[in-house]
Design a protein around this ligand. Structure first.
Ligand SMILES: *Cc1c(COP(=O)(O)O)cnc(C)c1O
Length: 350
């Protein structure tokens, strides 16, 4: 892999104790081009703009997919990745759905490892902070007409981030707009899903809620997920999360939490989950915890849900499972908690 580095890194100018989310990028990026039916050798270069033709297919017809993952630091200083192969499989699932070329898993892992190894000085050492990694792929061919592009770019850039949602979040169960429907593209991490969510999210904010809780598209009765997180409820000691149904994003944090919970002896029910069931639990006093899971926040506690006429108010300071899960994952990410699953990969610093 060709590597061209910057003359002077900007890393010494960054205050790791005050990191705004997603505003600071590191010095370099990885870029690989897909042409003539195959991926060309990728390269690492100083972070820079792309030049895009006005007829770029991604801009018009939306062939663009991404991943979000994190690198952390072991307390011995080694950069660590979390479930990197899972992210490779998921970007490929998104690619297939959007009629884009898949990326060989080895190429994906090598590219992530190379950029993280090179930018290891940018991984914030503070607990809960991390180097956020954004791999993405978009169509680069210029053509006016709806068909799959024959050319693509696979790019990775990275941003040091502080703890994401440090405060508990409030949710509003959506009763008008939908995020995804089985058969649609809700399982793919593709850009249009997020564009479509902006307006309902703005409306929820205007009503005083942090995020939208998405519901099924037919009856607005069954819970799907939240903005960029999967959602969990603890009711009477059991853990509930909506079952994957073709419309819900396959969260890698979700899958990891389910495994951790089951291995710790909790009963996890990942099936169709109605809002009424949650409201009934709240009214009868058995709703114990509500939290979201996702790479950005790991665990984000929920303190309020507007569910039709019912407002659920719940106090995250009483939660036991959510903080236990977060501590387990954060601990795995610094090496202080053992990883019996092989979720953590060590990266050589370049
Ligand atoms: C990325 C994402 C998630 C969380 O997935 P993780 O793999 O846990 O980061 C959940 N929902 C949506 C819509 C997402 O885009």
């Amino acid at each position: 892999m060709k590597i061209t580095t910057v003359e002077t890194s900007r890393v010494s100018t960054i205050d790791f104790n005050n990191l705004p989310f997603g505003q600071i990028c590191t010095d370099h990026m990885y870029v690989a081009d897909y042409r003539n039916g195959k991926w060309e050798e990728g390269e690492i270069m100083p972070l820079q703009n792309f030049s895009i033709h006005p007829a770029n297919l991604a801009l018009h017809y939306g062939q663009s997919i991404f991943e979000g993952m994190k690198a952390s630091k072991h307390h011995d200083g080694t950069p660590l990745l979390f479930r990197v192969e899972e992210h490779a499989h998921r970007i490929n699932a998104s690619a297939e759905r959007m009629c884009m070329p898949t990326i060989p898993v080895d190429m994906f892992v090598e590219a992530i490892s190379a950029i993280v190894g090179l930018e290891s000085a940018w991984i914030p050492p503070q607990e809960g902070s991390a180097l956020y990694i954004r791999p993405f792929m978009f169509a680069t061919e210029e053509f006016v007409g709806v068909r799959p592009s024959e050319e693509y770019k696979f790019v990775i850039f990275t941003c040091p981030v502080g703890p994401y949602y440090s405060k508990p979040v409030s949710l509003r169960a959506e009763d008008k707009y939908v995020r995804a429907t089985p058969g649609g593209v809700g399982e793919a991490k593709t850009c249009g899903n997020y564009a479509a969510s902006l307006y309902p999210a703005m409306k929820a904010k205007e009503a005083g809620y942090d995020q939208v809780m998405w519901m099924d598209p037919y009856e607005f009765k069954y819970i799907q997920e939240v903005g960029t997180m999967n959602i969990f409820f603890v009711i009477d000691g059991k853990v509930y999360t909506p079952g994957l149904n073709g419309a819900i994003l396959h969260g890698i944090t979700r899958k990891s939490m389910i495994q951790l919970l089951e291995d710790k002896g909790y009963k996890v029910i990942a099936e169709k989950l109605s809002l009424d069931f949650v409201v009934d639990a709240y009214e009868s006093g058995t709703l114990q915890e509500v939290f979201g899971t996702g790479t950005a926040a790991v665990i984000s506690t929920v303190n309020k849900i507007a569910a039709g006429d019912t407002i659920i108010n719940i106090d995250p300071s009483t939660y036991k499972i959510a903080p236990m899960l977060k501590a387990t994952i954060d601990g795995m990410r610094t090496g202080s908690v053992a990883d019996p699953y092989g979720w953590i990969t060590r990266v050589e610093s370049l």
